[in-house]
Design a protein around this ligand. Structure first.
Ligand code: ZN
Length: 343
């Protein structure tokens, strides 16, 4: 129905949401005003999609819609860097491997803020590379799903291939392409959600892959009220003999880490990560929704756990040389005067 027609049905008395100026305007003028407002917001959106001047010349570029989530910078550090409060291309890809990583980052960007000037004819091939193996020698069967979602502010999600059924850890953005790739790898038996922030498209994934969602009961809200498994109390719980779920309250009350014993991998959600500058382990004080002191206590608890990898939702991942190095890093983090970083 055209807007002008709708106005015929408007009552003559004052609408509570219109300004006095608007009330004096004729419907026709009002329509023109609304149209120009729509046009200007469209123009604004278009101008935000324009290439940032901070990018180097060439095919790949980041636009003004970047939310500074850091994803492209750790996925393709040779190509992307941080300039101001956003990412930018610091070097154009010059070989196949760099191009692959740049396109993987483009597909994973939660806000679609990365583009190429020329159509990327190889994009379909790159879509087939997800989920991406993290380190096939040290942790075979552990994958980064890519396709980050803006609903979880760009958090990373993972696929753990397990003989008793694969586990999806936190939620990637839903795409049929990724779903069919995961299906070819055996699908998923569980979707483990570390906490309430990184649940993104959990409903679609659970329906598509027919997997049981696992979330701590204190994290459950309207959008997750129908998750299949709600963890109660302070655990630990297990999904199988070698998959342990560790309650690590602090970032949120019901934050839980997943510990995969055979490969010594800890999936931490937003509990603990490496800082953006990779100088030290970090927690985020700005994005703490429960208690920083309790989060630090939960970090101290990790000294007793035998892991060598930290795979976080937000922040950067870490591969320690061994348990000893993990413990040295944890102690350094806990005893540092300023142990709270932003990531
Ligand atoms: Zn969070």
């Amino acid at each position: 129905m055209p807007m002008a027609t709708q106005f015929r049905f408007l009552p003559n008395h004052h609408h509570p949401f219109t300004s006095s100026t608007t009330r004096r305007s004729s419907p026709a003028n009002f329509v023109i005003k609304i149209r120009s407002q729509i046009q200007s917001s469209q123009l604004q959106a278009l101008s935000k999609k324009k290439r940032r001047p901070e990018n180097v010349d060439g095919d790949f570029f980041v636009d003004h819609t970047c939310i500074d989530c850091d994803t492209c910078r750790w996925m393709a550090p040779e190509i992307f860097t941080r300039v101001g409060d956003m990412s930018a291309v610091s070097k154009q890809p010059t070989c196949q491997d760099e191009r692959l990583k740049a396109l993987q980052a483009l597909l994973s960007c939660p806000t679609s803020s990365i583009s190429t000037e020329k159509p990327a004819r190889d994009i379909l091939e790159v879509q087939k590379t997800f989920p991406i193996p993290i380190d096939i020698d040290r942790i075979p069967g552990v994958y980064h799903c890519g396709y980050h979602s803006d609903k979880s502010y760009g958090a990373a999600s993972y696929l753990l291939v397990h003989p008793e059924g694969n586990i999806l850890i936190d939620s990637p953005r839903y795409t049929e392409r990724l779903a069919s790739n995961i299906e070819k790898m055996g699908g998923a038996r569980y979707m483990f959600l570390t906490h309430r922030d990184d649940v993104a498209d959990h409903e679609k994934w659970s329906k598509r892959l027919n997997c049981e969602r696992v979330l701590h009961s204190t994290e459950v809200n309207v959008s997750t009220s129908n998750v299949e498994m709600k963890l109660n109390g302070c655990g630990p719980w297990s999904l199988s003999d070698d998959v342990q779920l560790i309650h690590t309250p602090g970032h949120t009350e019901g934050s839980v880490c997943l510990f995969y014993k055979p490969l010594k991998v800890l999936f931490t959600g937003d509990h603990l990560a490496l800082a953006m500058d990779e100088s030290n382990l970090a927690i985020s004080e700005i994005y703490n929704f429960y208690s920083v002191p309790i989060q630090l206590d939960s970090v101290a608890m990790l000294l007793e756990l035998e892991f060598e990898w930290i795979l976080p939702g937000h922040g950067r991942r870490v591969a320690f040389k061994d348990i000893e190095e993990k413990n040295t890093s944890l102690k350094a983090f806990l005893t540092a005067k300023q142990h709270i970083h932003v990531y």
